[in-house]
Write a protein of this length. Structure first.
Length: 251
């Protein structure tokens, strides 16, 4: 790392990655948006799952102003975010065989639905098993992962496979193994992860594509508005009522 401040260099790295996914993943983003639009049009439900920090990009598209009201979080206790104590427990749970099966068996997800699974490495038992079992149920699976991990690391699932091996569509975040963009001679470890920035952007690009695809088909996309603008609550109430049987983040 040489010219520019660390902040400048991080922004450069993040912008470079965003440009790469914009150019190299355009086709898969379009396909993912079409798949979700197909699911909505056919009466299916939408779910997103991520473990640890990968859950941030999943949460970013759930109950979100400007987002699709039908996107639901498929939550795994102790794994969503870093709110579990100790935080290392969440990492350990990702490696537990059978956990994904138990979650799917008790969730509302069913054949005809679509599930976005976000996992940077795609190597742990939880996302691999989640994708395997969801597809066996007749659910379409979109994986958001860094394909580089499959070439440079070993799977932690008994099958020896990765998330990318069990998806209908794979979005590659292009994040390097280790998820750290910067190095300094004075710091013994690489630092400054960009996976959340890039993965969230990928997810929002897919959501935008889904909404526009539905509109092109003459279907009003079920979007939420900010509760902090006039009329927002009334708008959202209408959407929640119309699509209440496909929204699972409220009682």
């Amino acid at each position: 790392m040489s010219d520019g401040t660390p902040a400048d260099l991080f922004f450069d790295a993040a912008i470079g990655l965003l440009r790469r996914v914009r150019e190299e993943e355009a086709g898969t983003i379009g396909a993912a948006g079409t798949l979700l639009a197909d699911t909505v049009e056919a009466g299916g439900r939408l779910f997103a799952f991520g473990a640890g920090h990968s859950s941030l990009a999943a949460q970013d598209v759930v109950y979100r102003a400007g987002g699709l009201a039908l996107m639901n979080l498929l939550a795994v206790p102790g794994v969503v975010g870093v709110d579990v104590t100790p935080a290392t427990l969440g990492s350990a749970l990702e490696r537990v065989d059978g956990l994904a099966s138990a979650v799917l068996d008790t969730s509302p997800i069913r054949a005809g639905d679509a599930l976005v699974i976000i996992s940077l490495s795609g190597r742990n038992a939880l996302p691999v098993e989640m994708a395997l079992n969801a597809r066996a149920l007749g659910v379409k699976v979109i994986g958001v992962t860094s394909v580089a991990y499959a070439a440079q690391t070993k799977s932690r699932h008994a099958s020896g496979t990765f998330l990318k091996d069990h998806c209908d569509i794979v979005l590659d975040s292009k994040i390097a193994v280790g998820d750290a963009e910067l190095t300094l001679d004075t710091i013994p470890s690489p630092f400054a992860p960009a996976s959340t920035v890039v993965t969230s952007a990928l997810m929002q690009a897919v959501m935008a594509t889904t909404a526009a695809t539905l509109a092109d088909r003459g279907i009003e996309p079920p979007l939420l508005r900010s509760g902090n603008v006039d009329g927002g609550h009334d708008w959202n109430g209408r959407v929640m009522t119309e699509y209440g049987d496909r929204i699972f983040y409220r009682h």
